[in-house]
Design a protein around this ligand. Sequence first.
Ligand code: PHE
Length: 341
Amino acid sequence: MLDDLLRIEREFNQALDEAGSDPDAVEAIRVRYLGRKAELTGLMKKLGTLSKEERPAAGKAINILKQKVAASLQNAADQAGNARRTARLAQERLDVTLPPRMPWTGTVHPTTHARRELESIFRGLGYTVESGPEVEDDFYNFQALNMPPEHPARDGADTFYLDGGLLLRTHTSPVQIRTMQNRKPPLKMICPGRVYRRDWDATHLPMFHQIEALVVDEGITMGDLKGTMDVVWKRYFGGRVRTRLRPAYFPFVEPGCEYDISCQVCAGDGCRICKQSGWIELGGAGMVHPAVFEAAGVDPELYTGFAFGLGIDRIAMMKYGIDDLRLLMENDTRFLRQFPL
Ligand code: PHE
C-alpha cells in the first residue's frame, strides 16, 4: 500500500509538471487523482481489507497524500488562472503612447476671420457695427447716394436686378443712408456685408464682401479720413503700412478718392500680387456729398463726414498671402483647414 502511495505521488507530480499552466490539463489531473474513479479513492475503499493494526497508519497516509494532491492542484489551478488572465491582458493592452487620430473640426473662413478682426479694431475706435439688407431698392442703392436714374455711374455698377424694382446691393454704401435716417450725428459706424456685381473673372467675383465706414460730426475733415485709415491698417497688419489716396470720382463723395495700401507681401518693393507697383487698391473713399446728407435727413450746413469702403476678401488675401481670389470661394477643405493661421 505504501509503495502504491509513493508511486501515485510520483506520477501525480510528473503529470502536474507536464500540465504546466494549462488550466484544462490541471482540471483533468484533478479528476484523475481526486475524482470518484481515482486510484486514491479506490485505495480508501480497500482499507477494510487490511488488518486492524495496519489500517490507521494506511488511512492516515492516504489522507495526507490526498491533502498534498489537493493543495498542489489548488496551487496549479491558481497559477493557470493567473497565466490565463495575464495572457488576456497582454492581448488587450492599449498603447496609450500612440498619437490619436484627431477628428476634423470646422475652421473659420479667412474672410470671416478678417471681418471679425476688422470689426474689433473699429469697435476699439468707438464705431458701432450696423447691417442692412442685401436686397435693396433703387433709392438706397443709387438715388439717395446722388445717383439719379439717368446717372451714368449706374451703368458701371453691373447691377443684378430683381423683380418689383428691387436689386442686389452693389455696395454697402446704402447702409450709410439707413444709418443716418435712424440715428442723429455724431455717429461712427461700420457695416460689413455681402455685395453683388455682374462680374466673373480671375480677380472679380459676382459676390464679394465689403466694409463701409461712415463718420459724421461737426468739423470732420479729409485729415480724419487719412488718419483713421492709417490707424486701422497699422492695427490690422501690425507693421509698417502706408496709405495712399488717389483722386477718383464717386457720386456720393466730394472730394472723392480711391486709396491704396503699400503691398504687405513685398513691403512695397513690387511683386506678383501688387503687379510690381508696390501698392494694393483697397477701395473708394471721400467726404460725404451734401446731396447724400440731404437725402438722409442730415443738415449739410452743420455736419461733415467721411466714408470709405473696403474689400474684405482682398484685405484677407493680403494678410494671408493668398494669391487667387477664387480660393476664397471654392470651399476646398485642404485650403480652408489652414485657417486661422
Ligand atoms: N461704394 C464704393 C464702391 O463700392 C466705395 C466707396 C465707399 C466710395 C464710400 C466712397 C465712399 O466702390
